[in-house]
Unconditional design. Structure first.
Length: 554
């Protein structure tokens, strides 16, 4: 709810600010010795265990954070979002990505209309269409079965579906369903991405899915026209209607493009791009690859967390706890970054997706009322699967800057391997690091311990680990479609919690507009210079010099 009172002016906020001085001198070595504290900082729901005992927080810290949530009217804001109120006030929209995976009998209204029937109408259409394609009932212009799909989209129309696709590729059930099918993504307007996307593909067996809400996104539409030219050149102009479909709300532009209006899969203005993987944006290409039943499991997993988020008390609510801890780390303790470290190669595209969900949502400098924030909000998210990351940037995390870490582990591997003469199976070797790294960060290694290990004096400063570096561990039972949906929803709602506490609008993204506007001016200049030999003008000296140099290249 919009308010002119800044959260930083409330008593719980000031209480937490004062509490920082109590926590900072307390090392995690000491905090971890308190068994009752550690027990209280483990929460489990629907098979997922979250352990946040290695956070720089006491039980008192958590009480104070829950008080801050009350002062920020967190529960009220969650209810307003789930009830379809127009909480995205700068765009006058509801925020209803939860409706995309809601049960059929759920009632979720936007502007007084229950949106769930519309959602299921699109899902039913996707199910029927994907089954038609996968069974071979729908064929291309030359009568061949369409077994290859290229999804053309950018930002949220690409990162979310790519994350889910990559995670499902090695799931036994999903990979079995995907046999004989191939899904690729074309996002970057760089022609190299186009070349990679079509390498080895036959247009006769390829279906192109264009994903653009307005059907005007510059990069996406240029790539779409490029794909259309590829199909036309190989199969003729009439082939477009058999080989191209769209996920869009702009029926006129889709029709003008040459796509049959019957092959448009809609979504709504209350779906933000970075939250759209559960809409036709992700469900259509993923269903074409894996079948609708697998994708339905993914949606059900996300829905289970939605229900948990909206109903569980703060003390047991995974997204609320994680969101509050992120606020504590970033705004109160001053840690500007967060590392997302999944110990599963299947989750290699998870961190890039969450980068957008988090930084595009909460990278704001003003409150929802337009007041300049007097404190730091938002985090820099990055990550890489373990153990690869250990051989990359963990040096910085262990002995350089303090960066709170999310360790994500899986109890059961998608592809277990056990060699006869090895000490442990491959997955156990991987997970040994998942369990060890958080303790290494928390406890560190002192100079006294190094002396006891007979380390040379001149090396002790180099081998000392200060420890007291916060992390949390998320342990999933497995990594099937259902679990992937759970993980996605936990992070989506965590980001929302942070925004609700800070009092910002996590659901618009005006920050991306300025660069796009300036790029349009450059595009016009490049066109004039190349076609009419018009000199570069109207830019500053630096940009003029760079453009002139660029235009001289053969």
């Amino acid at each position: 709810m919009a308010s002119t009172t800044l959260i930083c002016e409330t008593e719980p906020w000031m209480d937490l600010k004062a509490h920082v001085e109590d926590i900072k001198p307390t090392h995690l070595r000491n905090l971890m010795n308190d068994t009752e504290r550690c027990k209280s900082m483990m929460v489990e729901t629907d098979g997922i265990l979250v352990d946040y005992s290695r956070q720089q927080a006491s039980q008192k810290t958590m009480e104070k954070l829950f008080n801050l949530a009350k002062a920020a009217h967190l529960k009220e804001k969650i209810d307003r979002m789930s009830n379809g109120e127009l909480i995205n006030i700068t765009e006058n929209r509801s925020v209803l990505h939860m409706a995309l995976r809601a049960p059929k009998d759920k009632v979720i209204c936007s502007r007084g209309v229950n949106v769930v029937p519309d959602v299921w109408s699109v899902l039913d259409k996707i199910k029927a269409f994907s089954e038609k394609i996968r069974s071979g009932l729908w064929v291309g212009a030359t009568g061949k079965v369409l077994k290859d799909v290229v999804a053309v989209g950018i930002g949220g129309s690409f990162l979310g579906p790519l994350f889910v696709h990559t995670a499902l590729q090695t799931d036994p059930e999903a990979s079995e369903c995907a046999k004989g099918h191939q899904l690729r993504f074309l996002a970057n307007v760089d022609p190299i991405d186009y070349a990679r996307s079509i390498t080895g593909l036959n247009p006769e067996t390829t279906l192109v899915v264009i994903v653009s809400k307005t059907f005007t996104t510059r990069e996406t539409m240029l790539n779409a026209r490029t794909m259309r030219e590829w199909i036309k050149n190989e199969l003729g102009s009439d082939a477009v209607s058999k080989h191209m479909v769209a996920v869009s709300t702009n029926i006129k532009l889709v029709k003008d493009f040459g796509i049959d209006p019957n092959n448009i899969f809609g979504f709504w203005d209350w779906v933000g791009g970075r939250y759209s993987v559960c809409s036709a944006v992700g469900v259509l290409p993923l269903s074409l690859q894996y079948g609708f039943s697998v994708v339905r499991n993914f949606l059900d997993g996300a829905s289970s967390i939605d229900e948990h988020f909206c109903s569980a008390p703060y003390e047991k609510n995974l997204p609320v706890i994680l969101g509050l801890l992120s606020v504590w780390n970033s705004t109160f303790l001053g840690y500007s970054s967060r590392a997302i470290l999944p110990y599963s190669q299947a989750l290699e595209k998870f961190a890039p997706h969450i980068q957008q969900v988090s930084m595009e949502s909460n990278g704001k400098g003003v409150t929802i009322d337009g007041i300049k924030l007097p404190f730091e909000a938002g985090e820099i998210d990055f990550g890489e699967p373990g153990t690869n990351g250990q051989h990359s940037f963990y040096q910085l995390i262990h002995q350089g800057r303090v960066i709170p870490c999310d360790f994500i582990g899986v109890m059961k591997s998608q592809h277990p391997i056990s060699l006869k003469d090895e000490l442990v199976c491959n997955h156990d070797e991987l997970m040994s690091n998942f369990f060890a790294q958080p303790d290494a960060l928390a406890y560190g290694k002192t100079s006294e311990q190094l002396l006891a290990d007979n380390v040379a004096n001149d090396l002790i400063p180099h081998k000392t680990f200060s420890g007291n570096r916060p992390s949390l561990s998320i342990l999933l039972p497995s990594l099937g479609a259902y679990n992937i949906g759970q993980l996605l929803a936990i992070y989506e709602h965590r980001v929302a919690v942070q925004g609700f506490i800070w009092g910002i609008n996590s659901f618009d993204q005006w920050g991306v507009e300025l660069g796009k506007s300036l790029a349009s001016q450059v595009t016009l200049q490049l066109s004039k210079s190349r076609k009419e030999k018009t000199p570069v003008e109207g830019f500053n000296y630096s940009t003029t010099t760079l453009l002139t140099k660029f235009l001289k290249a053969e």
